[in-house]
Design a protein around this ligand. Structure first.
Ligand code: ADP
Ligand code: MN
Length: 161
């Protein structure tokens, strides 16, 4: 089973992905590590204070990894770009805006980076792109939920299908 976790930075992907991998005994894949290892950064966008990733190449590398793993938990706000046919479930994490702002500020993100991510969450960019890609979506708001409770919800959703 291939599960991808997408969502605005700070909404709780990595926390949940790692806990879920442990619970389901699936391997955990940190896409940032793949990006580093495969040299997939095209350039640094100074204005946005973020790296520009070669999304086409990344998708190819990830599909290859999917094909060589029976089960996988993939953690990245870019993971919904993996074509739907390779993915069983696409979890989209969400978070209350006030809480998200606090989480991002705690990361010492610049004001503009906090704002950019807040806007991404307000406009549900990841969720809308995941819907557009026709993923089998599980939306999870992590604001007031424990990891244990979130995992339970995921397990229920998986067992429904
Ligand atoms: P992402 O990988 O989407 O950027 P993280 O998993 O790194 O998000 O979480 C961002 C911050 O939010 C961390 O400080 C983490 O402790 C907190 N957090 C994540 N999930 C929860 C949750 N379910 N309840 C409370 N805090 C959470
Ligand atoms: Mn993360």
């Amino acid at each position: 089973m291939i599960i991808v976790l997408t969502g605005t930075p700070g909404t709780g992907k990595s926390s949940l992905a790692k806990a879920l991998a442990k619970k389901l005994k699936f391997p955990y894949l940190d896409v940032n590590k793949v990006i580093d290892k495969e040299n997939l950064i095209i350039e640094y966008d100074k204005e946005r204070d973020s790296n520009v990733v070669d999304e086409n190449k990344l998708s190819k590398v990830l599909v290859k990894l999917i094909k060589s793993n029976k089960d996988l938990i993939i953690d990245s706000h870019l993971s919904h770009y993996i074509p739907q046919k390779h993915v069983d479930f696409c979890i989209v994490t969400k978070c209350d805006l006030k809480v998200l702002k606090k989480r991002l500020e705690k990361r010492k993100y610049s004001k503009s980076k906090v704002r950019e991510n807040m806007e991404a969450e307000i406009f549900d960019i990841c969720l809308n792109e995941a819907i557009e890609a026709k993923h089998n979506i599980i939306i999870l708001d992590t604001t007031k939920r424990t990891l244990k409770g979130l995992i339970k919800t995921v397990e229920n959703e998986i067992n429904k299908n």
